[in-house]
Every structure is written in structure tokens, then in C-alpha cells.
Design a protein around this ligand. Sequence first.
Ligand code: GTP
Ligand code: GTP
Ligand code: MG
Ligand code: MG
Ligand code: ZN
Ligand code: ZN
Lengths: 211, 211
Amino acid sequence: RNVLEANDQLAARIRERLARHRVTAINVISAPGAGKTSLLERTIAALNGHCRVGVLEGDIATTRDAERIGKLGVPVVQLLTGGACHLEAPLVERGLGELNLDALDLLFIENVGNIACPAEFDLGETAKVGILSVTEGHDKPGKYPLLFHEVRALVLNKIDLLPYTDFDRDAFLRDFRKLNARAPVFEVSCRTGEGLGAWIHWLEHAREGDL
Amino acid sequence: RNVLEANDQLAARIRERLARHRVTAINVISAPGAGKTSLLERTIAALNGHCRVGVLEGDIATTRDAERIGKLGVPVVQLLTGGACHLEAPLVERGLGELNLDALDLLFIENVGNIACPAEFDLGETAKVGILSVTEGHDKPGKYPLLFHEVRALVLNKIDLLPYTDFDRDAFLRDFRKLNARAPVFEVSCRTGEGLGAWIHWLEHAREGDL
Ligand SMILES: Nc1nc2c(ncn2[C@@H]2O[C@H](COP(=O)(O)OP(=O)(O)OP(=O)(O)O)[C@@H](O)[C@H]2O)c(=O)[nH]1
Ligand SMILES: Nc1nc2c(ncn2[C@@H]2O[C@H](COP(=O)(O)OP(=O)(O)OP(=O)(O)O)[C@@H](O)[C@H]2O)c(=O)[nH]1
Ligand SMILES: [Mg+2]
Ligand SMILES: [Mg+2]
Ligand SMILES: [Zn+2]
Ligand SMILES: [Zn+2]
């Protein structure tokens, strides 16, 4: 309990700092390989020029994701957790120290690939966004409820694979809506680019503080 | 640190107990939706009659996985972690209390869907087995190294989806072999049944204490 309290106090200070610099921060959470980095690659390509984007990359090991994002020419900082399966506020604060917040409009925090505990830790973000890939199965909201309850938006990724899975959209939506009545669901494919327009549009609203 | 010590002492007692009853226990670990329950469904159907199988199902919420396994007519106990993203030895010990170990040859422990911390907790198992689905990406061994280092066997699942992904088998194997020189890799599809024979054969060796 004390860990969460100290974390939450620091998260509140981070949130104030981001607000002072008028930076909208999105904490992106999913299981490993659901497509967090792929979504960021597509999103940054679509937003480039419209707004100034930065990324904090949370991982247990390697700098591979930061390297992928770095190729797109936006500021990115790799945060290595040293083994922990989720990001906490102190590491995010350290990462912010390496970015020029006055030169950013939108900050993505890619969390460690884990569908469970990252949803418990406030990082000072404006909103949590979850990603579920259709290959994981439609039962995940019921089985891992916290994330789906907490998100302000949910991206359903890899819809290009729907024909080869037994993913049941209705069962998924029924379970998700029991946990979260408001969050929009964006059905996308980061491989084909399908459906990304509505997600980009939502981000623009998020930037205007209009969630 | 103390948590792990207490856990390890109990795990050692569980291991002795399972050995006394000549039960081989496999701790099955993967990311959410990689196919743990699907692999168990296929495995139980293939083994039925050859050996007596039981299952402990670890989850954060719902009894859905235990219900799927229960339909196959084998003893199954649902373990609910109350929010924790991994199983620990005390919950496993409680689950064992609900099984007749003298009527079992092979016990599967399906861990909570998480590619990180479940690999840190000894449950008294004979061996940890990991599952990676090709849709998660070939970079997972490098990015989430502990599990891949610890496993005695690795199942690469959903190979029916290979044609629709950018999964690079060579890159995956190179990274995996840096972490684990010995563990066999079974390339399977729980959807089509392809490749399951070699996995079943390995289990029969595991039962004879011949890993
Ligand atoms: N078919 C298909 N594959 C996708 C899609 N989006 C991502 N992928 C693939 O899914 C795998 C994982 O994608 P990443 O973007 O690395 O996933 P991630 O969530 O960032 O992974 P971690 O950071 O390691 O947890 C890669 O092989 C991607 O090419 C999609 O829409 N369709
Ligand atoms: N295409 C394809 N889909 C598969 C395969 N194996 C499992 N699936 C699908 O993958 C999804 C998840 O499978 P599960 O067996 O529930 O995965 P799990 O690892 O037990 O999931 P959790 O227990 O919730 O972490 C389901 O929709 C399965 O139908 C496979 O070999 N190929
Ligand atoms: Mg990533
Ligand atoms: Mg399961
Ligand atoms: Zn964690
Ligand atoms: Zn955990």
C-alpha cells in the first residue's frame, strides 16, 4: 500500500508539471506483442507536422523499441525497469528530465508488455489507453478486468487477422462494456493501416483537453 | 527478497510431496492469449487414457479456463489470485489439497497470463514450459529474457498464422539460444493440430524423469 501512495504523490506532481507545459500524456498498456510500438509508429507518421510528439519507452530489457521510434525522428527516451514488469512514477520522472517539455504537445509512455499490474500505477498521464490484439482472444476483458476498466480508449488491433481467429466481437464488447461504459473502441490494423483515422481524431481531441 | 525465500521453502516441500506421489508437474507460462489453455485442451485429448492428468488453473478473475478444462473430464481446480499477476507457492499448495495426487501422473499448472514475473516464482514444479505465439513477435526472448532462460521446453504456437505476420524464425532462435542452449522448441498450431506429436513425446519423457 505504501508503495502505491508514494507513487501516487509523485504522479500528481508529474501531472501538474505536464499541465504547466501543456503536454498531453498517454500511458499505452497492453500484453506483450499486442502492437504498442507498431501503433506508435503509425501514429507518429500520421501526426508528424500536426503536433510535436515525444516518447518514453518502458521495457525490462533491450533498447529495441526506442530504436524503432528513434528512426522516426522524434525525441525518445528508453526507461529500463531492471526486471519490474511495469513502469512506476519515479522512472517516468527521470525520463521526463531528458526531454524538453516545452517542445512537446503529445507524450506517449509505452509501458512494459503486461496486461495486469501496469494498470495499477498512475504515471501522471492524462489518460491510459489499452490495446488488445484479436489474436489474444475475446475473453481478456473478463479475465484481466482492471486494465479494461481503467482505460479512456481501447484499440482493438490486428483486425487483419480476424478471418484466421475465433475472436467473437460481440462477446468481447459485452464483456468490455460491463467494465467500461464510456471508452471508445478503435478497430485497427497497424499492418494494413485500416481504422487508424478515428484513433488519430480521438488523440486530437485529447490534446485539446476534450476527452 | 523475504517473499521469495518463504515461497521457495514452501515450493521445496511441494516438490517433495509431488515426488512422493510420483506426479510430474509442469508450470505453463506465457503472455495472455498465447494459447496455454488451448495447448492443454489439445494435450489432454492426446494423452487421455495413456496417463492420468490433472490441472491447476491460475487466473486473476473468472473460472472460464477451468470450465474449458473441466469439459474434458479431468480433475481441475481454479486458483484465483485476487489481483496478483502471477501464481505463488501457497496458492498452489491450497489447490493440491483439492486433488487426489495418488490418482495423477501429470499435473499442469496454468499460470496467470504474464510473460514476466511468473518465471520468478518456484511453484514446486518439475519443469517450467513457456509458450510464445508467433503473433507476439520474434523479439520477445530478448525483451523478456527471464522466462526464456528458465524454461525446460518452449512451445512456439499459432504457426498457422505465420504467413500473415513478420515473425522471423531465425531472429527468434538466435535470441532464444543466447538465453537457453538446451530447451527444445516445439512449433505447433493448437488450431490445426500441427506439430503436437513432438510435444506429447517430450511430455512422456518428462513423466519418466528423463528431461
Ligand atoms: N498481422 C498484424 N501484425 C501486427 C499488427 N500490429 C503489430 N503486429 C505485429 O505484432 C508483433 C508485435 O508488435 P509490437 O508493436 O512490437 O508490439 P508491442 O506491444 O510493442 O510489444 P512489446 O513492447 O514487446 O510488449 C510484431 O511482429 C508486429 O509486426 C497488425 O495490425 N496486424
Ligand atoms: N490461429 C490460432 N489461434 C489460436 C491457436 N491457439 C490458440 N488460439 C486462439 O488464441 C486465443 C487465446 O487462446 P487461449 O488458449 O485462451 O490462451 P491462454 O494463454 O490460455 O490465455 P489466458 O489464460 O487468458 O492468458 C483463443 O482465441 C484461441 O482460439 C493457434 O494455434 N492458432
Ligand atoms: Mg513495444
Ligand atoms: Mg488460459
Ligand atoms: Zn508488475
Ligand atoms: Zn506478478
